[in-house]
Design a protein around this ligand. Structure first.
Ligand SMILES: [Ca+2]
Length: 189
Protein backbone atom coordinates (compact mmCIF):
# COMPACT_ATOMS: atom_id res chain seq x y z
CA UNK A 1 0.00 0.00 0.00
CA UNK A 2 1.37 3.38 -0.92
CA UNK A 3 1.68 6.06 1.72
CA UNK A 4 -0.96 8.10 -0.06
CA UNK A 5 -3.41 5.21 -0.13
CA UNK A 6 -2.68 4.45 3.51
CA UNK A 7 -3.39 8.08 4.36
CA UNK A 8 -6.69 7.94 2.48
CA UNK A 9 -7.69 4.72 4.25
CA UNK A 10 -6.76 6.11 7.66
CA UNK A 11 -8.47 9.40 6.91
CA UNK A 12 -11.64 7.58 5.89
CA UNK A 13 -11.60 5.45 9.01
CA UNK A 14 -11.15 8.58 11.13
CA UNK A 15 -14.07 10.26 9.36
CA UNK A 16 -16.30 7.22 9.84
CA UNK A 17 -15.37 7.12 13.51
CA UNK A 18 -16.29 10.76 14.07
CA UNK A 19 -19.39 10.63 11.88
CA UNK A 20 -20.96 7.58 13.46
CA UNK A 21 -19.88 7.66 17.08
CA UNK A 22 -22.64 8.34 19.58
CA UNK A 23 -23.44 8.11 23.27
CA UNK A 24 -24.89 4.61 23.55
CA UNK A 25 -25.53 4.78 27.30
CA UNK A 26 -29.14 5.16 28.44
CA UNK A 27 -30.06 8.40 30.22
CA UNK A 28 -33.60 7.45 31.20
CA UNK A 29 -33.09 4.70 33.77
CA UNK A 30 -35.65 4.51 36.58
CA UNK A 31 -34.24 1.55 38.54
CA UNK A 32 -31.18 -0.69 38.42
CA UNK A 33 -33.08 -2.97 36.00
CA UNK A 34 -35.25 -0.57 33.99
CA UNK A 35 -35.85 0.14 31.26
CA UNK A 36 -34.78 -3.20 29.74
CA UNK A 37 -32.39 -4.40 28.50
CA UNK A 38 -30.19 -2.34 30.81
CA UNK A 39 -29.07 -3.77 34.16
CA UNK A 40 -26.69 -2.11 36.58
CA UNK A 41 -23.74 -4.14 37.81
CA UNK A 42 -23.35 -3.17 41.45
CA UNK A 43 -22.97 -4.91 44.79
CA UNK A 44 -24.37 -4.33 48.27
CA UNK A 45 -22.16 -1.27 48.70
CA UNK A 46 -24.79 0.68 46.81
CA UNK A 47 -26.42 3.40 48.98
CA UNK A 48 -28.19 5.55 46.41
CA UNK A 49 -28.90 3.25 43.44
CA UNK A 50 -26.39 2.93 40.65
CA UNK A 51 -28.99 3.73 37.97
CA UNK A 52 -28.66 7.40 38.92
CA UNK A 53 -25.49 7.31 36.78
CA UNK A 54 -27.82 6.84 33.80
CA UNK A 55 -30.99 8.79 34.71
CA UNK A 56 -30.09 11.92 32.76
CA UNK A 57 -30.15 14.12 35.89
CA UNK A 58 -27.06 16.05 36.99
CA UNK A 59 -28.36 18.96 39.07
CA UNK A 60 -27.18 19.81 42.59
CA UNK A 61 -30.51 18.64 44.01
CA UNK A 62 -30.56 15.43 41.93
CA UNK A 63 -29.58 12.15 43.56
CA UNK A 64 -26.30 10.67 42.29
CA UNK A 65 -25.11 7.08 42.60
CA UNK A 66 -23.55 6.81 46.07
CA UNK A 67 -21.40 3.89 47.14
CA UNK A 68 -20.49 3.08 50.77
CA UNK A 69 -16.74 2.84 50.25
CA UNK A 70 -13.84 4.96 48.93
CA UNK A 71 -13.21 2.31 46.25
CA UNK A 72 -15.30 -0.14 44.28
CA UNK A 73 -16.73 -1.09 40.93
CA UNK A 74 -19.93 -0.19 39.13
CA UNK A 75 -20.97 -0.96 35.59
CA UNK A 76 -23.77 -1.61 33.17
CA UNK A 77 -25.05 -4.57 31.18
CA UNK A 78 -26.19 -3.33 27.75
CA UNK A 79 -28.26 -6.50 27.23
CA UNK A 80 -27.92 -9.75 25.32
CA UNK A 81 -26.71 -9.23 21.77
CA UNK A 82 -26.11 -5.52 22.39
CA UNK A 83 -22.36 -4.94 22.16
CA UNK A 84 -20.60 -1.65 21.49
CA UNK A 85 -17.12 -0.46 20.67
CA UNK A 86 -16.11 2.21 23.19
CA UNK A 87 -14.11 5.25 22.08
CA UNK A 88 -14.62 7.65 24.97
CA UNK A 89 -16.59 8.00 28.17
CA UNK A 90 -17.31 10.73 30.66
CA UNK A 91 -18.15 11.24 34.31
CA UNK A 92 -20.15 14.13 35.77
CA UNK A 93 -20.12 15.41 39.34
CA UNK A 94 -23.31 17.22 40.33
CA UNK A 95 -22.10 18.99 43.48
CA UNK A 96 -18.66 20.33 44.43
CA UNK A 97 -19.64 20.01 48.09
CA UNK A 98 -19.20 16.27 47.64
CA UNK A 99 -16.09 16.38 45.45
CA UNK A 100 -14.28 14.21 48.02
CA UNK A 101 -16.54 11.33 46.97
CA UNK A 102 -15.74 11.40 43.25
CA UNK A 103 -13.32 8.76 41.93
CA UNK A 104 -9.71 9.91 41.55
CA UNK A 105 -7.86 6.83 40.24
CA UNK A 106 -9.46 4.09 38.16
CA UNK A 107 -9.38 1.63 35.33
CA UNK A 108 -12.23 1.52 32.81
CA UNK A 109 -13.02 -2.00 31.66
CA UNK A 110 -15.09 -4.01 29.21
CA UNK A 111 -16.24 -7.64 29.22
CA UNK A 112 -18.42 -10.13 27.40
CA UNK A 113 -18.35 -12.79 30.09
CA UNK A 114 -18.41 -10.96 33.46
CA UNK A 115 -15.67 -13.37 34.57
CA UNK A 116 -12.85 -11.66 32.70
CA UNK A 117 -12.42 -7.93 32.20
CA UNK A 118 -10.28 -6.08 29.67
CA UNK A 119 -8.78 -2.80 30.85
CA UNK A 120 -9.46 -0.12 28.23
CA UNK A 121 -8.19 2.97 30.05
CA UNK A 122 -6.19 3.81 33.18
CA UNK A 123 -6.65 7.20 34.83
CA UNK A 124 -5.03 8.78 37.89
CA UNK A 125 -5.11 12.09 39.71
CA UNK A 126 -8.63 13.34 38.94
CA UNK A 127 -9.07 15.90 41.71
CA UNK A 128 -11.19 18.99 42.44
CA UNK A 129 -14.43 18.06 40.69
CA UNK A 130 -16.65 21.12 40.42
CA UNK A 131 -20.43 21.45 40.48
CA UNK A 132 -21.87 20.12 37.23
CA UNK A 133 -18.38 19.34 35.95
CA UNK A 134 -18.13 16.76 33.18
CA UNK A 135 -14.79 15.19 32.27
CA UNK A 136 -14.36 13.12 29.14
CA UNK A 137 -11.72 10.42 28.63
CA UNK A 138 -10.78 9.17 25.16
CA UNK A 139 -9.16 5.81 24.41
CA UNK A 140 -6.16 5.68 22.08
CA UNK A 141 -8.21 3.51 19.70
CA UNK A 142 -11.81 2.29 19.77
CA UNK A 143 -12.17 -0.86 21.87
CA UNK A 144 -13.39 -4.26 20.81
CA UNK A 145 -17.15 -4.76 21.09
CA UNK A 146 -18.30 -5.40 24.64
CA UNK A 147 -21.67 -6.04 26.31
CA UNK A 148 -20.53 -5.03 29.81
CA UNK A 149 -18.65 -1.89 30.82
CA UNK A 150 -17.54 -0.82 34.28
CA UNK A 151 -15.39 1.64 36.19
CA UNK A 152 -13.13 0.09 38.80
CA UNK A 153 -11.88 2.87 41.06
CA UNK A 154 -9.11 2.27 43.55
CA UNK A 155 -9.38 5.65 45.26
CA UNK A 156 -11.69 8.64 45.50
CA UNK A 157 -10.80 12.16 46.65
CA UNK A 158 -10.84 11.36 50.36
CA UNK A 159 -14.47 10.72 51.20
CA UNK A 160 -15.82 7.77 53.15
CA UNK A 161 -18.34 7.22 50.36
CA UNK A 162 -18.04 7.53 46.58
CA UNK A 163 -20.41 9.07 44.07
CA UNK A 164 -20.97 9.53 40.35
CA UNK A 165 -23.81 11.71 39.05
CA UNK A 166 -23.83 10.63 35.39
CA UNK A 167 -21.79 8.66 32.87
CA UNK A 168 -21.68 8.68 29.09
CA UNK A 169 -20.38 5.85 26.90
CA UNK A 170 -19.46 7.03 23.41
CA UNK A 171 -18.53 4.73 20.57
CA UNK A 172 -19.66 2.72 17.62
CA UNK A 173 -22.03 -0.17 16.94
CA UNK A 174 -20.40 -3.53 17.46
CA UNK A 175 -20.99 -7.22 16.92
CA UNK A 176 -20.99 -9.45 19.98
CA UNK A 177 -18.43 -12.27 19.88
CA UNK A 178 -20.00 -15.40 18.41
CA UNK A 179 -22.85 -13.47 16.86
CA UNK A 180 -22.67 -12.92 13.12
CA UNK A 181 -25.18 -10.70 11.34
CA UNK A 182 -27.52 -12.71 9.09
CA UNK A 183 -28.65 -11.39 5.72
CA UNK A 184 -32.24 -10.17 5.82
CA UNK A 185 -33.19 -12.66 3.13
CA UNK A 186 -31.99 -15.63 5.12
CA UNK A 187 -34.90 -17.47 6.75
CA UNK A 188 -34.07 -20.27 9.12
CA UNK A 189 -36.58 -23.13 8.67
CA1 LIG B 1 -27.75 11.17 37.15
Amino acid sequence: MTKRLAAIVWGSAFWVLWAFQSDFAPHNMTSDTAPPPYVMLVDSGEYFPAYHMFDGLTGVSDTPFVYLSPSGTVGIDLGAGNCKSLYSYSLTNNDAAYAVRVPKDWTFQGSNTLSGWTTLDTVTGQTAWGTGENRSFTLSIPSAAFRYFRINWSANNGGGESQIAEMTLVGLPGTCPGLFPLPNSLVVQ
